[in-house]
Design a protein around this ligand. Structure first.
Ligand code: PLP
Length: 504
């Protein structure tokens, strides 16, 4: 194989290295969870409320899952209720307690760094007469305990304080907070979504009265959460209907999801055992970042921080652009909470810990997971380094809809290269006016490619063309783009468009 060809293949493998550093947004469903869920979907269709055996079997699956979660957080199984997600759990507690206490008591104290499922619910409650006061946090997002004590008054009925923050990884000193709340007999509600599986969560020892959890942050399925209600704590059901979940949450249970959550909880011990290793990878990553970008600012605290999470500000680097570049190199990270990813507003958490609007737009959250390897870290650092050195080549992606007839017939200004092997070209015909240049022999064709035209590289489904387009960029072809979904996607899009025309 020629040297250039080896280089081309190297590019291919590098660009195909997928690195997932967004485990606080969600996690990949583990094999064990998937197996359990598949089995339940296949074998257990009985309604858990039915009295005959297949119903009772479904009921037993739910109780086993409940036991597994109870064991993971040191609660009694009777204190746990399954919900559709942690957002529902947070809503249910906040709205229910507001109903229960209002108007005798009307104040909730919370933190400005809470997840949107809490902050937006609190905003809603304000419109119903609830007074919400936010306790100030320090530069790392830790509660200022003295300020918290000052905010409590006779009208306060709840302190709502997350255990670990999703953007910075900051862990609160919940025992100290519970002590302050305890002296005034104020219940505590804690969003424990990010803490589960990353640090030990013992609801009794922490002294919390209400807590929310979500399966998809611990390698379980999406669409299933849980609510911990300390025995005897007031709560008014959010959903009314059947008697499910002991009358606390009506609706036929999502059996396969609950089973998946239970299976994920049985692995919590293993996840906790991995935390130290993940922490070492994170420290290595931080050290390398400091070498390649000396002015970067680590927003996450050194102590009392989740081992997997680091929030980093890269001054004068727009995070939106950096995210796109990282994405194009197969590295998935986010600017902050996944629930706010579509917002253009600055992160409330980052603002609360003192970042300017500009700095919030220059900040990225990296969150490692149990599958993160040293190779992943090195790959991410290499891509970041090249980007900061201005060496990253960015390949434009063209959508099928952008490749209209005018584009295809404009041979004076456009040059289309089809890099598929012969057998794929036989399966699906090429785009009109495209030049066939097989990937493996591309080096030989370089001289035929014009530098003064817009080059569109196409392949079967859009992966290989991206690599080739990138490679052409390294060879000095500036105006190169890749067809996002390949020839197959382009033909499907055409077929759909013409069906749409006919329907009209
Ligand atoms: N709370 C925190 C801290 C989170 O990170 C998330 C998820 O991003 C949620 C709540 C919401 O969880 P769910 O997706 O189960 O509604």
């Amino acid at each position: 194989m020629e040297l250039q060809q080896i280089k081309l293949f190297k590019h291919f493998f590098r660009l195909n290295h997928f690195v997932y550093l967004d485990n606080n947004a969600t996690t990949m469903v583990s094999n064990r969870v998937r197996r359990v869920m598949n089995r339940v979907l296949k074998e257990c269709f009985g309604n858990p409320s039915s009295l005959y055996e297949i119903g009772r079997k479904s009921g037993r699956i739910i109780e086993e899952a409940r036991q597994s979660l109870a064991h993971a957080i040191n609660a009694d199984a009777q204190e746990l209720y399954f919900t559709s997600c942690a957002t529902e759990s947070n809503n249910a507690v906040l709205k229910s307690l507001a109903d229960y206490y209002y108007p005798e008591k009307n104040k909730i104290i919370s933190l400005p760094i809470e997840h949107p499922s809490v902050l937006n619910t609190l905003e809603f409650l304000k419109t119903r007469g609830i007074v919400v006061e936010y306790c100030p946090v320090d530069g790392h997002g830790r509660v200022k305990a003295a300020e918290l004590a000052k905010l409590i008054d006779d009208k306060t009925f709840l302190i709502c304080c997350m255990l670990a923050n999703n953007e910075t990884g900051t862990i609160q000193d919940m025992r100290a907070i519970a002590k302050i709340a305890g002296t005034r007999r104020i219940p505590i509600m804690s969003d424990c979504v990010q803490a589960l599986g990353k640090i030990p969560v013992d609801v009794h020892a922490l002294g919390i009265d209400y807590a929310s959890f979500s399966a998809h942050k611990v390698y379980g399925p999406k669409g299933i959460g849980a609510l911990y209600l300390k025995r005897g704590s007031p709560f008014m059901p959010f959903l009314h209907g059947g008697h499910q979940e002991n009358g606390m949450r009506a609706g036929t249970e999502s059996l396969h999801n609950i089973a998946g959550f239970g299976a994920a909880c049985r692995d919590i011990g293993k996840l906790l055992a991995l935390a130290e290793h993940i922490g070492m990878l994170k420290q290595d990553f931080i050290a390398r970042l400091g070498e390649i970008k000396k002015d970067c600012i680590i927003n996450s605290p050194k102590e009392d921080c989740l081992d997997n999470t680091v929030s980093v500000t890269f001054p004068n680097v727009k995070n939106a652009e950096l995210l796109t570049v990282l994405d194009s190199y197969g590295i998935a990270v986010s600017a902050g909470s996944a629930c706010s990813a579509q917002d253009d507003k600055p992160s409330k958490t980052l603002k609360a810990i003192g970042l300017s609007d500009k700095a919030t737009k220059e900040t990225i959250r990296f969150s490692l997971g149990h599958a993160t390897s040293m190779r992943d870290i090195r790959h991410a650092v290499r891509v970041l380094k090249n980007y900061f050195l201005g060496k990253t080549l960015f390949v434009n992606m063209i959508d099928s809809a952008q490749v209209d007839d005018a584009y295809l017939s404009d041979t004076c200004r456009k040059f289309i290269i089809d890099v598929r092997p012969q057998f794929l070209r036989k399966m699906v015909a090429c785009l009109p006016n495209s030049h066939e240049m097989s990937f493996a022999r591309l080096e030989k064709h370089l001289a035929e490619i014009p530098k003064d035209k817009d080059i569109l590289v196409v392949c079967h489904t859009g992966d290989l063309s991206y690599v080739v387009a990138y490679y052409l960029k390294t060879k000095g072809f500036d105006r190169v783009a890749s067809l996002r979904d390949g020839v197959v996607g382009w033909r499907n899009q055409r077929a759909m468009a013409s069906r749409g025309d006919m329907a009209l």
